[in-house]
Design a protein around this ligand. Structure first.
Ligand code: 2NL
Length: 367
């Protein structure tokens, strides 16, 4: 049975704690009981003046009392705090019936639009889109492509080399997306060794490329799209049909004149530039007696196939490459390449495309 004074203290304190109207009042009660000069604290200090036997008994009583008060204080605090939160939530309710402020719709960048259109057109021809790293090694970007170490093409491409290496291969920023085709062929040749049947390679490779070059028509970062088809029976006829269809769909000109002109690339043999008909004076595409170079293409060089582990006596194929900025500028009459990368929202509003009208050219170009 606790001493009378402690009983009184308890019977007085507990209802007060339970009735504390807010956390400030509760804190005042806590200080009055358990603070430095609080009632319980004082009673604890007074223990020192008692006989050992009495001190032990009263000490135990005080501990029980202190625990009871501490628990009551915590319980009341929790109640007050949760009530406070409920009150705040009620007071700060958001009126979701208010009309939203209008947000200006974004626009698809012309480069993204061209990449979407290319994927849609080649997608309809059965091509898959492949991507790969922007940081490459010099074997994957040059060596495998029949461009030997001292070939002028390596210097020609003004490659950005990095102070890094992958084993004994130098790291660089890829100057074209062909390296992704190299990776695809190497992977495909490995897979083929484990399977009785392998589907043909039929890919396009859009992506960022880098060269140390900067003026109105060149940017150190730009975009290319290359394509690659490898199978047992692929001919130059497939190359021509594929690219003629692509160009007529992309420029939305069913009768677009297309010319294949002999050229040279180290990675293809034979190699061809692909020109389209246009009017040099008016810039109009599809009419007029002038030719405009659009693409590079050719049959994949036997050395390239062999470098990637593919037997050139069993397989052959074609490849092509084009500059995305260039064909975008031609199609939409954009004069300065540098504006592509300035992120000027006024330019983007003018030249951008609605995200609600995506490129879906596989729906048909027949007219
Ligand atoms: C151009 C010309 C071309 C290729 C790219 C290629 C890739 C492999 C094998 C063979 Cl892995 N060829 N790519 C072929 C011919 C032309 O690009 O004017 N690009 C902007």
């Amino acid at each position: 049975m606790p001493s009378d004074d402690l009983n009184t203290l308890r019977n007085d304190a507990l209802p007060k704690i339970g009735a504390a109207p807010d956390t400030e009042a509760l804190e005042d009660i806590r200080i009055a009981l358990l603070g430095k000069s609080g009632a319980v604290t004082q009673a604890m200090k007074a223990l020192g003046g008692l006989e050992p036997e009495a001190r032990k008994a009263r000490g135990a009583e005080l501990n029980v009392l202190k625990t009871a008060l501490t628990e009551a204080l915590a319980a009341r605090r929790a109640t007050l705090e949760s009530a406070g939160l409920t009150a705040r939530l009620a007071a700060q309710r958001i009126d979701i019936s208010a009309p939203p402020r209008p947000e200006p719709p974004g626009a698809i960048h012309p480069i993204s639009r061209t990449l979407d259109e290319i994927a849609a057109i080649f997608g309809a021809q059965g091509f898959a889109v492949k991507e790969g790293p922007d940081i490459e090694d010099d074997w994957t970007a040059f060596g495998a492509l029949n461009i030997p170490v001292h070939h002028p093409a390596r210097a020609m491409m003004d490659t950005f080399y990095l102070n890094a290496a992958f084993g004994n291969r130098r790291a660089l920023l890829r100057p074209h997306t062909s390296s992704v085709q190299t990776r695809t062929m190497v992977e495909w040749a490995r897979l083929r060794a484990t399977m009785s049947e392998t589907p043909p390679i039929r890919i396009i490779v859009p992506g960022r490329t880098y060269r140390s070059d900067h003026d109105a028509t060149h940017s150190p970062m730009f975009h290319q799209c290359e394509g690659l088809v490898i199978a047992k029976d692929i001919t130059l006829g497939h190359l021509k049909g594929c690219l003629i269809d692509f160009l007529r769909a992309y420029f939305d000109a069913p009768a677009l004149p297309v010319r294949f002109r002999a050229s040279y690339f180290p990675f293809t043999e034979p190699s061809m530039e692909v020109d389209i008909g246009w009017n040099r004076k008016t810039g109009e595409i599809g009419k007029g007696g002038d030719w405009l170079e659009i693409l590079g293409s050719g049959m994949v060089h036997a050395n390239v196939l062999a470098n990637c582990g593919i037997d050139p006596r069993e397989f052959q194929g074609f490849a092509f490459g084009m500059g995305i900025e260039r064909i975008t500028m031609l199609k939409y009459g954009i004069a300065d390449l540098r504006l592509f990368y300035e992120s000027d929202v006024r330019w983007l509003r003018h030249y951008g495309f609605s995200a609600l009208a995506p490129a879906m050219l596989h729906e048909g170009f027949e007219r």
